[in-house]
Design a protein around this ligand. Structure first.
Ligand code: FAD
Length: 653
């Protein structure tokens, strides 16, 4: 039996971004003992990188805003594939989650009359993003951490121990979920990044909040943690993924110099007045308003410019179409020869706002371009192009509780699927983390409360970790060392394998796809899977990034296959999935999601390092009648089949 450090909790939260912290706070406030595990430093998650803001229909800047308008915008952005129940809960609860943050000490930017300021973003009818300059995620994480410290201080006052009910295990990577004999989740296996020592957590409820998958792609705004761990852990534990074909390419990443390619340029630049131009100086987005949005966007530059000051009497600029539309438009401009010297287009804020105003509203962007590209954005245009940014697909969860199909396993945040359909609106992630992080915390707490014998520690009702699973997880974790030192120069290098995977995903499963490319991608992923068996790392388990990457590659390969196989199956174009060979929306696909699961019986051990996945279509539940009635039937007719529309009040006659 493997000797390991062991810890026992009621709820184990894997991930310390916005979703994980919000879930942990909720479970702790319900009296449970909670562990938070994160593979990066505490406070360093993607949430901290969020720039533009957090979408919530508070109506502070535009009083006509409401949860119904936010719900409609979210469904339109996702091209009506979203889990409508998640979109409903999100739109209704987001304002309370933002106000709650304020009561916990968050300091948002203010309107002239002292309310939380809200800015414009793509796809949102009204200015809706609560923000702190262009550093909103930093304030969100700081506030949640402060709340956690406050809870720890309360525990200290009561028990003399700061960590009596809430403990953070930072720089600790989970590599496997553990289940009991009945298939219920029982805990997780991981290693300390610094020492390489193993650690086992026992818990009857586990919340996955591990974020996205961007590091499988070559050009991405994401940082090193985004290797699809939560999605792969869930699959291997028996849960399903949905919508994995929908990967968001943010239209504006940096394109130059090469060392910073992909780093995000916030949509807040366009929200605050910045416009896109091609090499001819043309504001090309006016040519790219798709039929489904016709009539909702300005048709002339004059109207678009007036909209920034008078939103009731003018239509919004097409620079602020949903991200999928803008990314495809930029792609076309570059392909047709109207791109910038480094393969992007121009984003111009310099000619539209005073230099000091740019520095005040967009301080991070000013510094980012100054430091990384030697460009002064108060005087020159930025060069920008699409970058892999976010995954709409993820772990299939119950909308109300975050529960997966595996008893005791919950998920929230970017690693969960459904909420955003085929395309996420900017700002809707930060609010998603807060709304569904809280709900997953409640779901996990109620699950634990429902188990018999909770107060008896490891008593009846609590699932038990099996020693053989711990042994298997440990054996798999050390496998990359197996060939080290025996035959110098032989074996696969994890960095080479990673680069090949990223190139495959970028070139074949990127922004525009075809059947031939998907098939080629699946072939190459099969080859990479075979090569992973031969990955060899040298050195010791003490801080060894090559070893860490070798373990992350398992997850990236599983998730890469899920994306490519789902993209092959969906023979239409919708949101973040564009098929050159099936360029139109197809109403027969609107009500169907693609579910990815592990192929049963895939062998374990070294040969089964990366279990195979399979994809099948499933029907989405029809939208509730009162929600359907929030849309005009003419609009729904662009997405729905005539048979589905009979449920609409105007459709029955
Ligand atoms: P994260 O915040 O990424 O947290 C994931 C956590 O999981 C980390 O703590 C990580 O260490 C941990 N983890 C991962 N794998 C493991 C493992 N195996 N073991 C242990 N721990 C693990 N959204 C908006 O709504 N508005 C914005 O303005 C905005 N701007 C953005 C700007 C940038 C540059 C980026 C990259 C994203 C932006 N987004 C924005 C998207 C948003 O920030 C993310 O979708 C969101 O923060 C994800 O939060 P999360 O809690 O799901 O995951």
């Amino acid at each position: 039996m493997t000797e390991t450090e062991r810890h026992d909790y009621d709820v184990l939260v894997i991930g310390a971004g916005g979703a994980g912290l919000r879930a942990a706070i909720e479970a702790r406030e319900r009296g449970l003992r909670v562990a938070i595990v994160c593979k990066s430093l505490f406070g360093k998650a993607h949430t901290v990188m969020a720039e533009g803001g957090c979408a919530a229909a508070m109506g502070n800047v535009a009083e006509n805003d409401s949860w119904q308008v936010h719900f409609r915008d979210t469904m339109r952005g996702g091209k009506f594939l979203n889990s409508w129940r998640m979109a409903e809960l999100h739109a209704k609860e987001a304002p309370d989650r933002v106000w709650e943050l304020e009561t916990w000490g968050a300091l948002f930017d203010r309107t002239a009359d002292g309310r939380i300021h809200q800015r414009n973003f793509g796809g949102h009818t009204y200015p809706r993003l609560a923000h702190v300059g262009d550093r909103t995620g930093l304030e969100l994480i700081r506030t949640l951490q402060q709340r956690i410290v406050a809870l720890q201080q309360a525990d200290h006052a009561e028990t003399g121990d700061f960590e009596a009910r809430l403990r953070v295990f930072a720089e600790c990577t989970v590599t496997e979920l553990l289940r009991d004999d009945d298939g219920a989740v029982a805990g997780a296996f991981g290693y300390w990044r610094e020492s390489g020592r193993f650690v086992v957590f026992s818990a009857p409820a586990v919340v996955l909040a591990t974020g996205g998958i961007g590091k499988s792609f070559q050009v991405t705004s994401n940082s090193w943690e985004y290797t699809g761990d939560g999605q792969a852990l869930a699959l291997r534990a028996g849960a399903d993924l949905v919508d994995m074909e929908f990967v968001q390419f943010h239209p504006t990443g940096m394109v130059w110099p090469p060392s910073v390619k992909g780093i995000l340029v916030t949509e807040g630049v366009r929200g605050d007045g910045g416009v896109l131009r091609n090499a001819d100086g043309e504001r090309f987005m006016f040519r790219y308003v798709p039929d489904v949005f016709k009539g909702q966007y300005a048709q002339t530059e004059d109207e678009a410019d007036r909209w920034y000051d008078d939103q009731e009497n003018n239509r919004r600029t097409p620079d602020l179409l949903p991200r999928d539309e803008v990314a495809r438009a930029i792609n076309t401009e570059v392909k047709e020869g109207r791109g910038s010297p480094h393969g992007g287009v121009y984003l111009d804020i310099a000619s539209r706002m005073a230099p000091e105003e740019i520095q005040r509203r967009l301080p991070s962007m000013y510094h980012q371009f100054r430091e990384l590209a030697d460009v002064d954005i108060t005087a020159e245009s930025m060069e920008v192009g699409p970058t892999c940014h976010y995954v709409m697909g993820g772990i299939d969860v119950d909308p109300d509780t975050g529960a997966t199909s595996v008893p005791g396993l919950f998920a929230a945040g970017e690693c969960a699927g459904g909420m955003h359909g085929s395309n996420r609106l900017g700002g809707n992630s930060l609010s998603d983390l807060l709304v569904f992080g809280r709900r997953a915390g409640i779901g996990a707490a109620e699950h634990v409360a429902g188990l018999a014998g909770r107060d008896a520690g490891r008593g009846a009702g609590r699932p038990a970790v099996r020693d053989e699973d711990v042994d298997a997880a440990a054996a798999l974790a050390v496998a990359p060392f197996a060939g080290a030192g025996t035959d110098a120069g032989s074996g696969e290098n994890p960095y080479t394998l990673h680069a090949d995977l990223q190139r495959t995903m970028n070139d074949l499963v990127g922004i525009i796809r075809t059947e031939a490319e998907m098939r080629a991608a699946l072939d190459r992923l099969g080859e990479l899977r075979a090569r992973l068996r031969d990955v060899v790392v040298s050195g010791h388990r003490q801080y060894n990034p090559g070893w860490h990457l070798a373990l992350d590659l398992r997850n990236m390969l599983m998730v890469g296959e899920a994306v490519a196989a789902s993209a092959l199956r969906r023979t239409e174009s919708r949101g973040g999935h564009t098929r050159d060979d099936h360029p139109a929306l197809d109403a027969q696909w609107r009500h169907r999601v693609l579910v990815t699961r592990c192929v049963p019986g895939t062998p374990g051990g070294r040969d089964g390092v990366v279990p195979r996945v399979e994809v099948e279509a499933a029907e989405r539940d029809p939208m509730r009648g009162d929600l359907l009635a929030l849309f005009e039937i003419d609009e729904l007719g662009k997405y729905y089949t005539p048979a589905e529309l009979t449920a609409h009040p105007q459709g029955s006659g």
